[in-house]
Design a protein around this ligand. Structure first.
Ligand code: NAP
Length: 272
C-alpha cells in the first residue's frame, strides 16, 4: 500500500485528517502550496507540474476541492485523471450537505469521484469551526454581530474533528465505503442560539442579524468575496432559511463508533 495524500493538508479538515492518519500509524503526505515541515508535499491546483510529485506512490487520497471555484471540475477532472493513471485506488471527496450531484459546478465532483475504483463522498453540514479562526462568522463573533440570511432556521453544525474522523475511516477501512455520508452534529441550532452559546463561553455579547438573501450577497461582496461566489453563498443561506439543514444524521457515530461532538462542547473547548 502507498501513502495517503491529503489535499488541503494544512486546512481546517485536512490537518485533522493528517493528524488522525498519523495517530493510526498510516503513512501520510500533507499537500500544501508552501511545504516547510516533514511529511508535506508541494501541491497547487493551478500548477499542473506539481501533480506528479504529490501523486507519486499514493494509494488513497482526501480530495479537498479548489476553494472558491465556481466550476471546480475544470481543475479536478484532469487531476483525477492523473491520480487514477498514477495508481490511486481510493478517493474520499469533501463535498457539502448543500451539494447534490445536480448542483451546478460543485455537483460535478460527486460524479467524477465515482470513477475511482473505491470512493466516498463526505457531505458535512456547516462547520462548528466557522465560529473560530478567519471565517466571516468568527469575525462576527469578534465584532459582536453575526450576519446571515438564514432567518431563525436551524443548522446541525458539525465538528471538523468528526468530519476528519469519518474521513480517516473512509480512507483506511479495509472495505471501501462507496457511498455518501451526510455528516451533522448531534442537534440543530439557529445562529441566534449558537451565538448565545458562544457569548456565554466568551463573556462577550454576540447577536445574530438576519438579513435578506440579496442584502447578504451585497454584504459578502463588500466583505471582499467575489460577486459570483457571494451569490452562491447567499443562495446557500436561503436554503438554510427554508429548512434544508434542520436535520440530524447518525453518520458520524455509525462510521466512527462514537457520538458526534456537541456545539456546546466545541464552544467550551475551542472558542476563546
Ligand atoms: N465551512 C463550512 O461550513 C463548510 C461546510 C460544508 C462544506 N465545506 C467545504 O469545505 C471545504 C473547505 O474545507 P476546509 O475548511 O478543510 O479548508 P480550508 O481550511 O479553507 O483550507 C483550505 C486548504 O486549501 C489549500 N489551498 C488553498 N489554495 C490552494 C491551491 N491553489 N492549491 C492547493 N491547495 C490550496 C490550503 O493550503 P495551503 O494554503 O497550505 O496551500 C488549505 O490547506 C470547501 O470545499 C467547502 O465547500 C465547508
Amino acid at each position: 500500500m502507498g501513502d495517503v495524500l491529503v489535499l488541503g493538508g494544512t486546512g481546517t479538515t485536512g490537518r485533522r485528517v493528517v493528524a488522525g492518519l498519523r495517530e493510526a500509524g498510516v503513512p501520510v503526505r500533507a499537500a500544501t502550496r508552501k511545504p516547510g515541515e516533514p511529511g508535506q508535499v508541494r501541491f497547487d491546483w493551478t500548477d499542473r507540474s506539481t501533480y506528479a510529485g504529490a501523486l507519486h506512490d499514493v494509494s488513497a487520497m482526501y480530495l479537498l476541492p479548489p476553494i472558491g471555484e465556481v466550476s471546480p471540475a475544470r481543475l479536478v477532472e484532469p487531476f483525477l485523471d492523473d491520480a487514477l493513471a498514477a495508481g490511486v485506488r481510493r478517493v474520499v471527496l469533501l463535498s457539502s450537505s448543500a451539494v447534490t450531484a445536480d448542483t451546478p459546478g460543485l455537483g460535478d465532483l460527486q460524479r467524477l469521484v465515482r470513477a475511482a475504483p473505491e470512493w466516498a463522498v463526505l457531505k458535512p453540514s456547516w462547520f462548528m469551526q466557522n465560529f473560530t479562526g478567519e471565517h466571516l462568522v468568527a469575525q462576527g463573533v469578534r465584532d459582536g454581530e453575526i450576519v446571515t440570511a438564514t432567518g431563525d432556521a436551524r443548522v446541525a453544525f458539525v465538528d471538523a474533528g468528526d468530519i476528519a474522523a469519518v474521513a480517516v475511516r473512509a480512507l483506511t477501512d479495509p472495505g471501501p465505503h462507496n457511498t455518501e455520508h451526510v455528516l451533522t452534529g448531534p442537534s440543530a441550532l439557529s445562529y441566534a442560539e449558537a451565538a448565545s452559546i458562544v457569548a456565554a463561553r466568551t463573556g462577550r455579547p454576540v447577536r445574530h442579524r438576519a438579513v435578506s438573501t440579496a442584502e447578504f450577497a451585497a454584504w459578502l461582496t463588500a466583505s471582499g468575496i467575489p460577486e459570483s461566489f457571494a451569490a452562491v453563498l447567499a443562495a446557500l443561506d436561503e436554503d438554510i432559511r427554508r429548512g434544508a439543514e434542520d436535520r440530524v444524521t447518525p453518520a458520524v457515530e455509525e462510521v466512527t463508533g462514537r457520538p458526534a461532538r456537541s456545539f456546546r462542547t466545541f464552544a467550551e473547548e475551542e472558542v476563546r
